[in-house]
Design a protein around this ligand. Structure first.
Ligand code: G16
Ligand code: MG
Length: 217
């Protein structure tokens, strides 16, 4: 019995949201305004281009296309300087426990992330080889909530979408998983991820017996 387990990256495997925030905040400050942690919540799972568009809207700033590209590159360079410091210690609690269990049970394991830096981050934290299939921001043309990223991940695992389970921390990502007709597991609060099939605050709340049930389903 082989199921496909597809993991989002930021907010599920590692907390890179804090580094995205620092880099976007610095850019906003440069443009003469600030962004709050609360605003940062709205950027989770959102592509790099769309994030900058949203941020410029908050600051009421208009840029030429050239300036837009310049600032986007600058933000990414800044973000990458934070990523450079990452190691296995940044993997979120009990994520390795679940990944090990899935490997032991010979399940399909894939990554479905909006980030164009996903492969680099997996290398940094030493999880690159755990994933049989990696789909990231370089591989998709339509961003979450479009299901494309997860559908390609299922294809890479050679498992039908109905036999796939998605772990997601963003509203758009849970919607994408639901649209793909996969089982959605929200990682975060019931309040924001109520549309998921199951919600847990984090992986410490997920028992291997629950994973076992998903495999048998
Ligand atoms: C992540 C983050 C988003 C970020 C996006 C693009 O998505 O949640 O905040 O804007 O990737 O990242 P990058 O600028 O590295 O291409 P996910 O899908 O892993 O949660
Ligand atoms: Mg995420």
């Amino acid at each position: 019995n082989k199921k496909g387990f597809i993991f989002d990256l930021d907010g599920v495997i590692v907390d890179t949201a804090k580094y995205h925030y620092l880099a976007w905040k610095e850019l906003a400050n440069e443009l003469g305004f600030d962004i709050t942690l609360e605003q940062n919540e709205q950027l989770k799972g959102v592509s790099r281009i769309r994030s900058l568009e949203i941020i410029l809207g908050w600051g009421n700033v208009t840029l030429t296309e050239e300036e837009f590209m310049k600032y986007m590159a600058e933000k990414n360079d800044n973000y990458l300087s934070h990523i450079a410091q990452m190691d296995a210690g940044e993997i979120l609690p009990d994520v390795p426990k679940i990944l090990n269990y899935l490997q032991k049970k010979q399940q399909g394991i894939a990554l479905g992330s909006a980030s164009k830096n996903a492969r680099k981050i997996l290398q940094k934290v030493g999880l690159f080889n755990v994933f049989e299939g990696i789909v990231d921001g370089n591989d998709v043309s339509k961003a979450k909530p479009d299901p494309e990223v997860f559908l390609i991940a299922a294809q890479k695992l050679n498992i039908t979408p109905k036999n796939c389970i998605v772990f997601e921390d963003s509203v758009a990502g849970v919607t994408a998983a639901n649209t793909a007709e996969m089982i959605s597991i929200g990682i975060g609060s019931e309040e924001t991820l109520g549309h998921a099939d199951f919600v847990f605050n984090d992986f410490t709340e997920i028992q291997t017996s629950f994973i076992e049930e998903l495999i048998k389903r």
